[in-house]
Design a protein around this ligand. Sequence first.
Ligand code: PMV
Length: 329
Amino acid sequence: MLPQSIVTQILSKYIIQQPSKWRGQAFAPSNIALCKYWGKRDIELNLPVTSSLSIALGQQGAHCTVSLQRAAQHELRLNAVAIAAETVFGQRLRNFLDLLRPNNSCHFNVAIELNVPFAAGLASSASIFAAVVLAINDLFNWHLPERELSILARLGSGSACRSIFPGFVEWHAGVAADGMDSYAEPLPYTWPDLKVGLLLASSQPKALASGAAMARTVATAPFYKAWPAKVTQDLVALKLALKTHDFHLLGQTAESNALHMHALMLSSWPPVVYSVPLTLEWMQQVWQQRNAGLAVYFTQDAGPNLKLLFLKHDEPQLKAHFPELTVMV
Ligand code: PMV
């Protein structure tokens, strides 16, 4: 099934044409998965093999401003720098805008202000695609329900469907071929004392995009068949941890989930390795600190950086051990 037919289906069901505004604006947060999305059951529609669960990074993410323009093509800027059509990301974003425009003669002027490093495993693309959908929804006065906004964002980048919401979010994998049951939803938990910090090993764009790495894992990793059961178990544990504020259960589950995902990549062929020496050094330091009694865990996405999970009262101690730590939320 083609993404365009999904967009048409959603817009024809919900949209009563409204006059568009002069411009649309929106913010979407980055999100870090505590239980990862790794593997697609449909590549065109970004439908996942499993559900996943994330935490949004508060005010860290993408601000997007969209307006219509007369030029013969979309004009895109990221932090005031033009995004060239020749780049992979430029092409991806243009294809996505084509999907969302009401007709072929409509072209957008899009300005994105990103306050997290770009393409460094920090879900920058998730926040960008979600912010673009929200800004276009604002521009055209669509007033789409959040579920449909989440589905549209998913067509741009899988994990973007979670960036429609703040806080803790679950993306339901769904089973339908058209993916209309594959959307994210906010979970009814809050945990103001839970902190996420970034250890940036590198802000270089990754050598292998997450989509290509996922496809290789699904096709070649012999252990991939064990992944859905691991996710099911981890989702139950994470929701219990969020409900009861059991920090050790949350940290253990998130860290183990990330390590399992990277183990799948290591077992792929050719192998997919996102860690660099500093990544492993920091992991060891986290384990040392934990053995010494500090409550800290890590998670890692499709990049070499670590995100540390800890509680607010331990922030000064953690900063003393990891001077490079940037507290995100
Ligand atoms: O949505 P994508 O294609 O950027 O993939 C995200 C993959 C991970 O960040 C590694 C996991 C996740 O659930 O966010």
